[in-house]
Design a protein around this ligand. Structure first.
Ligand SMILES: Cc1cc2nc3c(=O)[nH]c(=O)nc-3n(C[C@H](O)[C@H](O)[C@H](O)COP(=O)(O)OP(=O)(O)OC[C@H]3O[C@@H](n4cnc5c(N)ncnc54)[C@H](O)[C@@H]3O)c2cc1C
Length: 447
């Protein structure tokens, strides 16, 4: 995070519908870099060609009654989500206590999977130690300070699938405030005119993808389809891909399953975010758990007598590190062939987030708080307006796929923050121009 000291130099007189507009400067910014983060190296996982939900389950199968992987990537019904990770931790802990009959467990990682496992074992009275590489808990859910006690989530922000979300039940039980986002009602704009019917465009792409064999890649599905479209339809299809596919599955299209991008759940089923941050949930879960920070595990060995994790002995080890980092850890006897095969059918994806706080709110308001910017080529595609929930004029912008390489990675935080503000100004200008032309159009019609 960076808090700018030059409070008087901000151009906060921005207004839509004017000819010349300055781009307001954020007073605080936070640029997340999950792709470069040593202990994440990606944001979440998608299915590779041939990948299925069953393979996610396979990766979570216990080995030799001693070792089990539990993470967001092993959840077949809520993959790549905080509650999916938490539920996997609970599943592994329940197995350790009741099936493996463990009286001591080492949990590796203190993200939601690790916290789910450890808090369950704590409640069952099983001795548990958590080894976490970072100097904090929470993993890919991390609330950052944006000044004056205002926080925002730099990683996971929404509690998705609210009706069936176990973390949502905890948030309710603990009285943690949440705000709804209706992803079906975005304020959408493009720099170059009307966007087209993105819902129809993605529905057509879905039909094309699902008609192919289950091991087809998204690239195989798209190439012949896009080539046959008219320029206008291709533009709408490209925007739909940027918004609906890349921002959920930020990876090269040849590494994504054509079926998987449509079969796995994403946002859109009653999503709510936490104005006070995800930290509130993490801290409550961690109460009374022995968590050793700054401990990067390198070696896990097990036999009939138990497990040894960098010398920590226990009956069972629950490993919750991001699954694509598993090859970095030495294991003996190690993963089975089925586990390695399941792992090979997952693709790590990179989606990055930037949070900007301004002195005042100058961008167009979206009733749902959700805005979409259909840039060509794609840039900062999705925005959440955090102002109403936090009381501070703030937005969070998301970027994915090759746009990360073009507009994010390798640039300084200041450069990225300036770029994000400029993109938001572009969105504001496009919405302002649209409102203006509708107004003028209305006058002409009346005359
Ligand atoms: C930008 C972004 C936005 C997201 N948005 C949402 C959202 O809105 N809603 C949602 O539900 N999900 C979202 N997600 C996904 C969500 O954050 C993850 O699915 C979830 O947090 C994963 O939890 P986990 O416990 O499986 O993994 P992690 O949170 O990654 O926890 C694993 C832990 O293991 C530690 N570790 C790694 N290697 C070692 C080692 N060798 N030794 C010891 N410790 C190690 C890591 O430091 C980490 O703390 C988002 C993610 C990102 C990056």
């Amino acid at each position: 995070m960076n808090i700018s000291g030059e409070h008087n130099q901000h151009h906060h007189s921005y207004a839509v519908g004017q000819t010349v507009r300055m781009v307001p400067k954020p007073i605080v910014h936070h640029v997340a870099r999950w792709g470069d983060d040593r202990w994440a190296q990606a944001s979440w996982s998608a299915l590779a060609p041939g990948g299925t939900a069953a393979r996610r389950s396979q990766l979570g199968q216990p080995i030799d009654g001693r070792f089990v992987i539990a993470a967001d990537a092993t959840n077949p019904t809520a993959p790549s989500m905080t509650h999916g990770a938490y539920d996997e931790g609970v599943r592994a802990a329940t197995w350790a206590a009741h099936v493996a009959k463990a009286s001591s467990v080492v949990v590796i990682g203190a993200g939601f999977a690790g916290l789910g496992a450890a808090s369950t074992l704590r409640d069952l009275g099983v001795s548990v130690v958590v080894l976490e590489a970072r100097d904090r808990i929470g993993g890919r859910a991390h609330s950052v300070d944006l000044g004056d006690g205002v926080v925002a989530d730099a990683g996971a922000a929404w509690l998705q699938q609210w009706p069936t979300n176990s973390l949502a039940r905890l948030a309710e039980q603990w009285g943690i405030a949440t705000v709804s986002t209706d992803f079906h009602r975005p304020l959408t704009a493009a720099p170059d005119g009307p966007v087209g019917d993105l819902d129809a465009a993605i529905a057509a792409i879905r039909v094309v993808c699902l008609a192919l064999p289950a091991d087809a890649s998204l690239a195989e599905a798209l190439a012949p389809y896009l080539a046959e479209l008219s320029p206008d339809d291709r533009r709408a299809a490209q925007h739909a891909l940027d918004m609906e596919i890349d921002l959920e599955n930020g990876a090269s299209h040849d590494q994504l399953s054509a079926h998987g991008v449509f079969s796995e759940p994403g946002v859109g089923v009653d999503d709510r975010w936490l104005p006070g941050g995800y930290t509130q949930l993490q801290q409550r879960l961690a109460v009374g758990v022995d968590i050793r920070l700054g401990h990067a595990v390198r070696d896990i060995t097990w036999d009939a007598d138990g497990v040894s994790v960098d010398g920590h002995r226990a009956d069972v080890c629950i490993c919750t590190i991001p699954v694509w980092l598993l090859p970095e850890v030495h294991m003996s006897p190690g993963l089975t062939e089925q586990h390695r095969d399941a792992l090979a059918h997952l693709t790590p994806v990179v989606v990055e987030k930037v949070i900007l706080r301004f002195e005042e709110r100058w961008w167009p308001s979206s009733e749902s708080g959700y805005l979409r910017w259909c840039d060509t080529p794609a840039s900062w595609g999705e925005w959440l307006d955090l102002t109403n929930g936090t009381g501070a004029p703030m937005v969070a912008g998301l970027i994915a796929g090759d746009a990360v390489t073009r507009r994010h990675r390798g640039r300084t935080d200041e450069e990225v923050a300036t770029d994000v503000a400029a993109a938001l100004a572009g969105l504001a200008r496009a919405v302002g121009d649209r409102v203006e032309s509708e107004r003028i159009g209305g006058h002409l019609h009346e005359a």
